[in-house]
Design a protein around this ligand. Structure first.
Ligand code: 2YJ
Length: 272
């Protein structure tokens, strides 16, 4: 089940971009740009983002436009040094507007998928992959490396599955928990990881957790001093739970969208 952002989750993103950036620096040692580059396997000196024109197209299909969603994406992209604007028109007319304006990258999201298309070569980056990659990099930074470390992945959906796969490739020892055991089994078979049967036991035996689940996490199950990389929305912790953790990396949009921007730019703008 995909969780949709709400007006309420989005309303403060623009005002809090600076504090998200500082949170990332203090918890992971990387700012948003460095983190997004790390997630894509490059460093900031390998790409020049300045002057890249980006369009964000509001999409009305399904449950419709989320207030300030497009503006927030445009601001996240702008903070990375790119030029961005929300199109006046929505949907197909908005896409035509962005193409006519010469946008090199176009962001669009409906209720199922959120992508950034590179119009120079037709390649696109996807928010599920980018969110997974960005939060894996964040966890790696916060943990001081993931090789040979035990990591629990909560949620075997698209983000959790991609994160598990990426962390296996980094030689982490990954265990997955999902309330739907069949989804855990499919993922376990696909990427070769262990399955946890009891959520409480799994959480209490892991210092590092990648949370890609929409479920709340009870403070009773949180191991003292554990680190959570937690893209899952809504925010799953209560105050008692927060106090038990060492660090929680979480934001509603910035990390995923920043990785999308850098990845889609990398399709056409890597320095030779
Ligand atoms: O243009 C708009 O304002 C809306 N159509 C944005 C919809 C945003 N979509 C979501 O929040 C969905 N959950 C899809 C996100 C993909 C998650 N990887």
């Amino acid at each position: 089940m995909m969780t949709r952002l709400t007006d309420d989750m989005v309303k403060d993103i623009i005002a809090s971009l600076g504090s998200t950036d500082r949170m990332l620096v203090s918890l992971t040692g990387m700012n948003t740009l460095e983190l997004a580059c790390d997630a894509v396997g490059i460093t900031p000196d390998m790409i020049d983002l300045r002057g890249i024109r980006v369009g964000v197209v509001p999409v009305t299909s399904g449950l419709g436009v989320i207030r300030k969603f497009s503006e927030s994406v445009a601001e996240i992209v702008r903070n990375l040094g790119m030029e961005s604007a929300v199109t006046e028109a929505s949907d197909v007319a908005g896409l035509a507007e962005a193409l006519s304006a010469g946008c090199e990258i176009v962001f669009m999201a409906d209720d199922v998928q959120f992508i950034a298309v590179n119009t120079k070569n037709g390649r696109h980056s996807d928010n599920s992959f980018s969110t997974a990659a960005g939060y894996v990099s964040a966890l790696k930074g916060a943990a001081g490396g993931l090789a040979d470390r035990k990591v629990l992945v909560l949620g075997a959906g698209r983000v959790g599955g991609t994160a598990a796969e990426l962390m296996v490739s980094m030689h982490a020892e990954v265990t997955v928990y999902d309330t739907d055991r069949k989804k855990s089994e499919d993922l376990s078979r696909r990427v070769g990881i262990k399955i946890a049967d009891d959520l409480g036991d799994a959480l209490l035996s892991h210092d590092l957790v990648f949370n890609a689940s929409p479920a709340p996490i009870s403070s009773d199950n949180i191991r003292e001093g554990s680190v959570f990389s937690s893209p899952g929305i809504p925010f799953p912790f209560d105050d008692t739970g927060i106090k038990k953790t060492k660090a929680i990396i979480h934001d509603p949009l910035d990390i995923g969208a920043a990785v999308m921007a850098v990845q889609s730019a990398s399709f056409s703008r890597l320095k030779p």
